[in-house]
Design a protein around this ligand. Structure first.
Ligand code: FAD
Length: 400
């Protein structure tokens, strides 16, 4: 058990891609885990959010992760679930770089440990294997990701629905949906992949606010940078980040294009009301108007903002308003940054966002570095931001 009065130089919260990349930077500079810095992680074992992903999500085609600094993942076996591949990879990494991750350690609050305004040590309050405890630190490198904060939009009547509702985080396997007519909500890659998986076992309906963003651009490094730049613009202005995953769009893989032709990947626009036994669609004119009124218009944010609708057949709202019976509503509507434990530090601007400079530096409180949020919410971005945050912390500690 760490000594509550020991003052660490840095506490890293979260041991996903972002936190591990950050911890690696500290180790490389000669800091020792357990005495100079501490890594706290809420999970039972290594793997970050990947640990919780369903078995059919594998690495190779639509998914892939960046290498952590100083260690290559190699060619992952596309037959083995990503949850296992990544947990093994991160576990080896923690061992090889002696990161001594403390878990399961869930941080509940980060507070100032002195009366001084936004300077002096911070206290990190957490439950370690269920027992409340705390430690002190000069800097916090926060890398808590989004997985623990699934987002479901409010739609009129949502509480009256008598069928099953679940979010991406609750998905295990397609067979659980057999014979249950399912509404899949959301325009991201997860929704697309679930529609394909559920197709053989049950009837599905797809609802998205915008026309599906099938992107013709090559999913390469430049495209990744463009997407990140679009998100970064918002965080630097103190706005809530748009999701990188949403901004990325959907690759035009041959099997996705076939599924559009087979009418499995056809969005009917956004539902406007939920009833006990089903959902209501507003009709084409209204769906079109709703999509156009969204920030960035029907094309969404990012490099695709002004794009033409690439695969028009994938957007076919019902011509007239219409009620559809469904047994399951499956929300693939994204996540929010898991930052509730930082609330006592009052980092948020009136606009709701946290203003961040150089991707990781919280402007109003130099003791806090944010990694893996906004523009760094991909494994490439998380790795880069983790490195950068460790460099900033070392500099502020006078060690660089
Ligand atoms: P996480 O991996 O979520 O790690 C955060 C860690 O912090 C977790 O271990 C968690 O337990 C811990 N934590 C959270 N709160 C607390 C707390 N209060 N106290 C203590 N610990 C806490 N990106 C890609 O680059 N390629 C992909 O193919 C890809 N596929 C994706 C598929 C899905 C379905 C989703 C949702 C996202 C995908 N992403 C992908 C995005 C990807 O998950 C992130 O880029 C990256 O893995 C996130 O890393 P992270 O370290 O920021 O967060």
């Amino acid at each position: 058990l760490p000594d509550p009065e020991h003052l660490f130089d840095v506490v890293v919260i979260g041991a996903g891609q972002a936190g591990l990349a950050g911890a690696h930077g500290l180790v490389r500079a000669g800091l020792r885990a357990g005495s100079d810095f501490l890594v706290l992680d809420g999970n039972e074992g290594p793997g970050g959010a990947w640990r919780h992903r369903w078995d059919s999500l594998t690495l190779g085609r639509a998914h892939g992760i960046a290498d952590l600094p100083g260690s290559e993942l190699g060619e992952p076996d596309p037959e083995v679930p990503a949850s296992r591949v990544v947990a093994d990879y991160y576990g080896r990494y923690e061992h090889d770089f002696s990161l001594a991750v403390v878990r399961p350690a869930r941080v509940n609050a980060v507070v100032s440990d002195t009366a001084e305004e936004r300077s002096g040590p911070l206290r990190i309050e957490f439950d370690l294997r269920g027992e409340p405890t705390s430690v002190r630190t000069r800097y916090v490198l926060n890398a808590t990701g989004t997985w623990t904060r699934p987002f479901v939009p409010y739609i009129r009547g949502i509480d009256s629905f008598e069928g099953r509702q679940l979010h991406t985080v609750g998905y295990r396997r397609a067979e659980d949906f057999a014979g249950r007519r399912t509404l899949v909500v959301g325009g991201g890659l997860s929704a697309v992949q679930f529609l394909l998986e559920l197709g053989p076992v049950t009837e599905t309906l797809w609802t998205t606010r915008r026309p599906p963003n099938f992107s013709p651009v090559a999913f390469n490094t430049q495209w990744g940078r463009d997407v990140e730049a679009a998100v970064r613009e918002r965080t630097e202005a103190g706005q809530n980040p748009a999701s990188v995953v949403r901004t990325t769009g959907i690759p035009q893989l041959p099997e996705y294009m076939r599924a559009v032709e087979d009418r499995i990947l056809v969005s009917r626009g956004m539902i406007d009301e939920i009833h006990p036994s089903g959902v209501h669609f507003p009709g084409a004119a209204e769906a079109q108007a709703q999509a156009a009124a969204l920030p960035g218009g029907a094309g969404g944010l990012g490099p695709s903002a002004a794009r033409e609708l690439q695969v028009p057949e994938s957007w076919q709202p019902f011509p007239q308003p219409r009620f559809e019976e469904v047994d399951v509503i499956f929300w693939n509507t994204g996540f929010r940054a898991a930052l509730d434990h930082l609330a006592p530090l009052e980092l948020r601007e009136p606009g709701g966002g946290i203003t961040v400079r150089n991707e990781v530096e919280v402007v109003v409180d130099s003791r806090v570095l944010l990694v893996g949020c906004g523009s760094s919410a991909s494994t490439i971005g998380a790795t880069r931001a983790g490195r950068r945050a460790s460099r900033v912390a070392l500099k502020r500690l006078g060690l660089r």
